[in-house]
Write a protein that binds this ligand. Sequence first.
Ligand code: ZN
Length: 404
Amino acid sequence: MRTWDRAHTPRLPGRGPRPALHDAKTDAPVVVPGGDDASLYTCGITPYDATHIGHAATYLASDTLTRVWLDAGLTVRTAMNSTDVDDPLLERATRDGVDWLELAEHEQEVFRHDMAALRILPPDAWIAVTERIDAIAEAVARLVDSGDAYRVDDDVYFDTTRERAYPLGLGSRTDRDAMLHLAREHGGDPERPGKRDPLDPLLWRAERPGEPAWDSPVGRGRPGWHIECAVIAMAELGAPFTVAAGGIDLRFPHQEMQAHHALALGATLFSETRANAGLVAYDGEKMSKSLGNLVKVRVLLEEGVRPAAIRLALLAHHWRTDWEWTAADLEAADARLDAWTAWAQIPPDDPSLDDSVLEWLRSTLHHDLDTPAALQAVDAFIARAPADDVSIDAIDALLGVRLR
Ligand SMILES: [Zn+2]
């Protein structure tokens, strides 16, 4: 699927270090990849409601990781999906009396616009689920053949009770109650009778009246949520790829089930590392479509907020923390952008001075993409040094903020 225009990323002198990234699987920092090829799969949107600040924060974390990897001299390949056929999208289309495909198209276009405005680097491959129905159905058929999947009525479920390379979990099997709770909250159906295990997720949903469906070797229907990401990620990046990224709310069941689907499909490992971005709250609650407390990027842009200010407001929070969006975030970011922009307009009186913010940015971002520290490093630097070209380019390449 068409992505969006890629913002120019200046080349910086020398090379930065590879980042030590917090791995959500082991809860410890890891330096990945071991080789020179880095790959990143980020779980994409379900296109039925324009990008909110929480989404933007997640995609900005992936963007920062990509920028730091590129600065480290790595070859980077990135992929993302769009869940363009799923219950919430179909429900919204029905509610609004619009064609679901048109709704998805429209929302994907809004997303493109928002991401380009925020200078978030586009994935090398942005794949809509409807573009990969055959491949997903074929994977489901293989899982049925191998005994890793079974039917309940005409729907196909993944069998989580089978022994695999490592057990399903949140770090340990003892968290079963937590897993059941999360499965219930995030699209699972633990109560459905006939399943081998309440946690077993849907792989293929047989056609229902009025719902889109495709012919396939496992019957007419449409894909489940986790298998689509597993199939798209492995097709685009192979397995294992370096980092699977998504909001912390995707940790279970979504990311865990993808990884187990991949194991059942023959991968030794799905991803080396998992990265979970924190959630952004608003008005005291997690920002979510169901609660309706969304701060939308498009609305902020229409109100005249500068995209770079939105970017700085998000970068001022560490990507893994949960935080609450307030007007003060935007005010602080606006003031910071003014200060940085004013600084950038004044050329150095002595260009031979060999001083730049580059190494400060590299050393702060190296520590688990510590963007709040990186912003403070720039604040401190501009208070004492004139605007040199290397610093201007470093702020652009690593933080995505173009000051000139
Ligand atoms: Zn996903």
